[in-house]
Ligand binder design. Structure first.
Ligand code: HSE
Length: 413
């Protein structure tokens, strides 16, 4: 294989861009240098003196010496324009922009085919965990039946600090922001959008399923409160925002992002703070588990660095599972064992979401129900009522002691 020296044109010099600069300076393994960096704000003081900055994108895109564009901005629309322009000028692209990759997935496939050039985005899902290339290459022949994981570092950080140290939501979100974990718009993390973008990308590489992130049932962590943490502590669970997708038939996949009570039996139980973890289940290898830091400058830059190195070997995704049409439809007619807590006045509405109820508790603060509910109705409940705390049960049923159960008359609602 022919290894080339790469001149990089870098878009964005925020947390990850600066991280890449540092990582490139510390590694001898990749023959690459940042030739020029395009930034939005030239007034901002930068922590480096040896970098050639510009605000003009064409100085990178039109430079024949720049053979690779690394896109590390946080603007998905601008990022897509950069990728298109780069490919048109014959340059391969590395990006960490999960929103852009997710929202333009089908177009990116077409563009890569049209220009016969790669767009690599390992950093777009689970940062330092090399999950995309593994799904693409390693599990090419061993059929995947399930992928389940913690794919957002910020929410895992917030939930871990709340459960283990009793810190409150706002306080931990600020820390996650100061550490460079959270998105500029933290709603993307907290409301599960970021996890849904990542799950959409993972579904394409795991199963060949082409869907939009907006098709994925998505419930965030905003409504999880002290009652849920107390319940989790009592039962020995942790609460994690879990993205999962699994086959429900040869052609169909159920995919959703919903907080979950995770028991100590799950490998995800030990995945705390900014770490991500992904469980795969396949026909022959059975269950496997990957873990690593899921956000932050260096962990994300390490995945970008790996993609830059892969480009130097002319690596590209082949998307074989998509071309073989392995999975073609999203199964949304699916039921889950779930815990729902709502204020008293929403009791009747919450009750109507369930197909069957195992436990119903009421106290002066609200009503808590566990039972079997459909994905669609859970999504509606969460979308219409921010106060509804929704958490998946681990396993088939949550065990609640008889003493905790209060009989409850629907007519009282
Ligand atoms: N905000 C993202 C997260 C960054 O917390 O996981 C890495 O994709």
């Amino acid at each position: 294989m022919n290894k080339q020296t790469l001149n990089i044109g870098l878009f964005g010099f925020g947390c990850v861009g600066y991280g890449l600069y540092q990582v490139l300076n510390k590694t001898n393994g990749v023959q690459a240098r940042i030739k020029k960096v395009c930034i939005k704000n030239p007034q901002k003081v930068r922590p480096v003196s040896d970098v050639d900055f510009t605000i003009t994108a064409s100085e990178l895109i039109d430079d024949p010496e720049i053979t690779i564009i690394v896109e590390l901005t946080d603007d998905a629309d601008a990022a897509f324009e950069i990728v298109k322009a780069a490919l048109k000028q014959g340059k391969g692209v590395v990006t960490a922009n999960k929103k852009m990759v997710s929202e333009h997935f089908a177009e990116l496939l077409d563009l890569q085919k049209q220009y016969q050039l790669p767009v690599l985005y390992e950093a777009a899902a689970c940062a330092s965990i090399p999950i995309i290339r593994n799904l693409e290459e390693y599990y090419d022949n061993d059929t995947l039946s399930r992928i389940e994981g913690i794919v957002n570092g910020s929410t895992n950080f917030i939930l871990s600090k709340a459960l283990n140290e009793g810190l409150d939501f706002g306080e931990t979100l600020s820390i996650a922001q100061s550490l460079g974990y959270a998105e500029s718009n933290p709603s993307l993390d907290v409301d599960g959008f970021d996890a849904a973008y990542k799950l959409q990308i993972l579904c394409a590489h795991a199963f060949g399923l082409l869907i939009s992130a907006s098709d994925i049932t998505r419930i965030g962590i905003r409504s999880i409160g002290q009652e849920e943490f107390r319940y989790a502590r009592e039962k020995g669970f942790k609460i994690k925002l879990v993205a999962q997708a699994f086959k429900t038939s040869e052609q169909s996949i159920a995919a959703f992002v919903i907080p979950k009570f995770v028991s100590a039996q799950s490998p995800l139980f030990g995945v705390d703070d900014v770490y991500n973890g992904v469980i795969t289940e396949t026909a022959f290898a059975d269950r496997q588990f990957f873990s690593g830091k899921g956000a932050g400058a260096y962990p994300t830059a390490s995945a970008v660095l790996s993609d830059i190195s892969a480009l130097s070997y002319n690596y590209r995704y082949e998307y074989k599972k998509i071309h073989n049409a392995n999975a073609t439809e999203l199964d949304t007619d699916f039921r889950l064992q779930v815990y729902v807590r709502v204020p008293l006045e929403l009791g009747k509405i919450a009750h109507s979401v369930f197909d069957s109820i195992d436990v119903l508790q009421q106290d002066k603060k609200g009503i808590c129900i566990t039972g079997l509910a459909s994905l669609q109705r859970l999504q509606e409940l969460s979308g219409n009522f921010q106060e509804a705390a929704i958490v998946l049960c681990d396993g088939e049923k949550t065990s609640v002691t008889t003493a905790e159960i209060q009989t409850f008359e629907l007519s009282e609602l």
